[in-house]
Design a protein around this ligand. Structure first.
Ligand code: HEC
Length: 224
């Protein structure tokens, strides 16, 4: 893995100095998640298969079911943490465990799962430019009372990616994502900032979109 990192870094260095820190992070991430770590090779050999409408429908159902499972897992654990340690303790819990719990569901389904947000708390969840545009459209649809439909779009590698909105639809969410000094004690914001100095995820209202599920399926999920 060490050699691979050097090699990858060199390529990135030559090409795009700017994205180096991100590239190192991605390689580390890739080597954690895929035992073969053969990401570069995979990118070269992938030929995009066309996603039929029926395959898309199937993956939308699959993505919805996976996102529900993560929601249930996260909310069950959040509830237990609040009961045991109160809201302040639950912040610690979310800090350490939210990603881990999400990853465990992802692993079971052989997908990757992100909870992307434009106003993010954990910088790992920050929306990419592409995701921001999709999210913007969801916000526009929401503002004009249109239904917020889940969708599947192939990424550059041809992998199908499921997107759907995450709504702030439980009162308890406001305890950590609402207006400081109104929905949540002002001191809580400071506690959150201890862990997330660049936190953008407060000031949400009940019933608003909070973020977006991004579930990436492997290429093998696209039928021939
Ligand atoms: C106890 C405080 C707390 C409560 C209650 C809470 N969250 Fe969070 N939330 C957090 C923390 C902390 C993170 C960052 C987790 C991490 O580091 O992965 C987070 C992250 C998120 C993210 C990922 C995007 C981002 O900003 O990083 C979403 C989406 C989210 N929360 C939605 C919700 C929803 C919906 C509810 C209500 C069901 C809720 N949260 C309730 C503390 C909380």
């Amino acid at each position: 893995m060490y050699h691979k990192r050097i090699k990858y870094n060199k390529i990135q260095n030559d090409k795009q100095m700017k994205i180096l820190p991100l590239a190192v992070f991605m390689v580390l991430l890739a080597s954690c998640h895929s035992p073969s770590g053969n990401q570069q090779k995979a990118e070269e050999t992938v030929h995009h298969k066309v996603l039929t409408d029926s395959a898309k429908k199937h993956l939308i159902l699959e993505g919805s079911s996976i996102s529900k499972q993560v929601t249930v897992t996260l909310q069950k654990n959040l509830k237990a943490a609040i009961k045991k340690q109160g809201i302040e303790g639950a912040i610690e819990f979310c800090h350490g465990k939210a990603m881990h719990l999400t990853d465990s569901v992802a692993k079971a389904h052989h997908v990757t799962i992100r909870r992307a947000a434009k106003k993010y708390r954990n910088p790992f969840n920050q929306t990419s430019e592409f995701e921001s545009n999709l999210y913007k459209q969801y916000i526009l649809d929401w503002l004009s009372n249109k239904p917020l439909q889940p969708q599947v779009i192939q990424n550059k590698k041809g992998e199908p990616v499921y997107y759907s909105t995450i709504m702030l639809n439980k009162k308890v969410c406001l305890q950590c994502h609402g207006f400081p000094g109104k929905d949540m004690p002002a001191e809580r914001e400071a506690k959150i900032k201890d862990h997330y100095p660049h936190d953008l995820a407060t000031g949400f209202k009940f019933g608003e979109p909070r973020g977006m599920w991004v579930i990436t399926f492997p290429n093998s999920q696209v039928p021939e």
